[in-house]
Design a protein around this ligand. Structure first.
Ligand code: DON
Length: 574
């Protein structure tokens, strides 16, 4: 069966689904986006422009938008909206995220569209009458959702774009309305979550059907298409007011949630000053609080800067042990000092200062594991299932967005009649001091729940400049492992001179202060693991860490790009 239909500027042609990993082909001029016959492209050097995202269709849509004259901001908006349709695990309208960008004229832009707690939220809302944390309520279902920020964020980004928003959203509308073939991974995930979808939804959803999903099945999302059309026709008000707001509030009422009309109407995305610092002569630009990411990578990179990492070598005992110890110290600071800067004075300057970081490393011992119980946060005297998209365009505009529903499919609750998942981002707050969230992260006052407050994040959309020129765009999902993955990817490229593909795909490791253990990704050297254990580290194996999308700009200006092999992630460019 062949069915053809036209999107504005995109010819879609339905055929049988087929997925070939790592085809390595470069998308040529006029290549059609085919929602039934697509493949992941993992590692390509493009001449001028490229998009790296979690799904081949989304990257292709970003490319088509650039071909039509859009810049990296246009492509970012269109790619994110497409992910909301073709990657409902994490691409979203009902979540939030961060943009870190650099315009080709040098202007740095950081836009915060993180979710906020409802005006009805209270500090102890997830504690039972005995004071015990009820993590089931912060992690799933209606009460786990913060006020979504994504749609406001995309309109804030649009200020820097060239094409009308209606053109950027149309591919997503058509994909939601006319369907696309799901991948094997998506089929597996939808099947494994079927019971949870049934449990947390008050109306039938597009994501549940009686037979198991299989690769190549078509996913139609007519209610999501209608929501996207309201956004196309009425702008951000098409989401935060009117019919969509009504559907969200009605969903909340059916499921004992607390988001209300005012919460939605009052949501604002915020431009914030970026975190900038230098590392071995490169300028790093990353996201400030309410993300912990920019500060954590600043602390970690600056703590290792005086050590000769390149002579230690990649995945050597020396380099790994040092990186574990700086990760431990930085994450201890995260738990104590970081939260929404509109509610908590985050001591940014001190945390990044040479004197403070030297003090943090005073007890560093290269031959032994320190103990997290002995490493508390530093004393500060200053009075102050997520997805990532990396894009660079022909003019040199760089955009990095990490966006999230929190875990896969967020709260698992779809807004009845509106067709999109709501986030379960409330779990990123510290629901009770010392009680770990779903990523094992602990916190206290800095990240306690308060009405209108943004929950602390690990999302780290990051840019690297060399001699004031674009050098790298990087980011990843992965909860608390995000910051260590971005940290290690930067070290891999700068200190070990790795290619984009190696920096993305080589095994990662992670330490986050508490729990006091090193998490080691499949493929990591068993000899190094043994040596670490002999030094006193507790090492735990785990599967994939992150889904990194990295673009490196080569000295001749070409864009060496890599989409993570751990997922369906894919590149498109020219
Ligand atoms: O903002 C954060 O730090 C988390 N909500 C991110 C969650 C995440 O990366 C899950 N994906 N693997």
């Amino acid at each position: 069966m062949k069915l053809k239909f036209i999107l504005p500027g995109i010819l879609l042609c339905a055929a049988v689904s087929s997925f070939a990993q790592n085809a390595g082909s470069i998308v040529g001029v006029g290549k059609q986006v085919d929602p039934y016959h697509y493949q992941s492209v993992k590692s390509v050097t493009y001449n001028k422009a490229c998009v790296a995202s979690a799904h081949p269709i989304a990257s292709e849509v970003g490319l088509v938008i650039m071909r039509k004259g859009g810049n990296a901001f246009d492509a970012m908006i269109a790619t994110q909206l497409t992910l909301a349709v073709v990657y409902p695990d994490a691409g979203n309208l009902g979540g939030g995220g961060f943009l870190t960008a650099r315009r080709s004229d040098g202007k740095l832009i950081t836009i915060d569209f993180r979710e906020t707690a409802s005006s009805q939220a209270t500090r102890d809302m997830y504690l039972d009458k005995n004071g015990n944390a009820q993590l089931n309520l912060s992690q799933d279902g209606h009460l786990s959702s913060g006020v979504p920020g994504t749609v406001a964020g995309l309109f804030a980004i649009h200020k820097y774009a060239k094409l009308p928003f209606s053109e950027l959203i149309q591919p997503a509308i058509d994909l939601a309305e006319n369907g696309y073939a799901i991948s094997a991974r998506a089929a597996r995930e939808l099947n494994s979550l079927k019971n949870e979808f049934l449990k947390y939804n008050t109306k039938p959803t597009a994501f549940v059907k009686s037979d198991p999903w299989k690769e190549g099945d078509t996913l139609y999302q007519p209610e999501l298409a209608a929501t996207l059309k309201r956004i196309r026709d009425h702008g951000a008000k098409g989401f935060y007011e009117g019919e969509t707001a009504k559907l969200i509030v009605e969903e909340m009422k059916r499921g004992n949630g607390i988001l209300n009309y005012d919460d939605l109407k009052n949501y604002v995305a915020k431009e914030r000053p970026p975190i900038t610092f230098s590392y071995r002569g490169y300028e790093i630009v990353s996201f400030p609080p309410p993300s912990s990411g920019g500060l954590l990578i600043a602390e970690m990179l600056k703590m290792i800067e005086k050590y000769p990492m390149s002579s230690y070598g990649f995945e050597s005992v020396k380099s790994t042990q040092l990186m574990i110890e700086v990760e431990r110290r930085a994450y201890a600071d995260r738990a104590q000092h970081m939260g929404d800067p509109d509610f908590w004075k985050v001591p940014e300057k001190t945390l990044m200062s040479d004197a403070y970081l030297a003090e943090r490393m005073k007890d560093y011992d290269p031959s032994h594991a320190s103990k997290s119980e002995n490493i508390t946060a530093g004393v500060v005297h200053e009075s102050d299932q997520t997805t990532h998209i990396s894009i660079i365009d022909e003019e040199g505009n760089m955009t990095a967005v990490t966006t999230t529903l929190n875990n896969s499919y967020g709260s698992k609750t779809v807004v009845g009649g509106a067709g999109f998942f709501l986030n379960d981002e409330m779990d990123d707050f510290s629901v009770k001091p010392g009680v770990p969230n779903m990523f094992g992260a602990v916190g206290g006052d800095a990240n306690a729940i308060a009405p209108g407050k943004r929950m602390l994040s690990s999302m780290t959309p990051t840019l690297v400049l060399k001699n004031g020129k674009p050098f790298m765009v990087v980011g990843t999902p992965g909860g608390t492992t995000i910051c260590t993955s971005v940290f290690q990817s930067i070290v891999d490229v700068i200190d070990y001179n790795m290619s984009a593909a190696d920096a993305v795909n080589k095994p990662k490791f992670h330490h986050q202060w508490l729990p006091d253990e090193v998490v080691i990704e499949k493929g990591f050297s068993p000899d190094v693991k043994d040596a670490l254990e002999k030094m006193g580290y507790t090492c735990k194996n785990r599967g994939a860490i992150g889904r990194t999308e990295l673009i490196k700009i080569l000295p001749d200006g070409k864009r060496e790009a890599a989409a993570d092999s751990r997922g369906d992630d894919s590149l498109a460019g020219y």
